[in-house]
Design a protein around this ligand. Sequence first.
Ligand code: ZN
Length: 133
Amino acid sequence: MKKIEHIGIAVRDIDTANETYSKLFNSKAYKEEAVASEGVTTSFFMMGESKIELLEATTQDSAIAKFIEKRGEGIHHIAYAVDDIMSERERLIAEGFQAIGDIKEGADNKLVCFFHPKSANGVLVELCQDRTE
Ligand code: ZN
């Protein structure tokens, strides 16, 4: 793994959260993107080498809706940049981490995959690889 690519934060209302984080960083989101397959709208803020991803549920049964229902707003996942998502996913599975679903297309032009929070002390793990790499 190379670095923390981004931290994902589950929010109830992305417009309000965008305003809050624009003030926090004194800069606007550089990208807003709906990921229909995940039932979320996302926005991204640059934070030095890393990013903050805000996620709002667009459907009742999306993972973000369920997360907020259970735990309220807050840190939803930490995403780690990898060079080779296939081999890194296999490595973690061999180490006993529980994969959630397969590798898929995520927001921000990435290939992504997830590992269950119970595999990593309560924090959902995302691996992501640039699709252009
Ligand atoms: Zn993410």
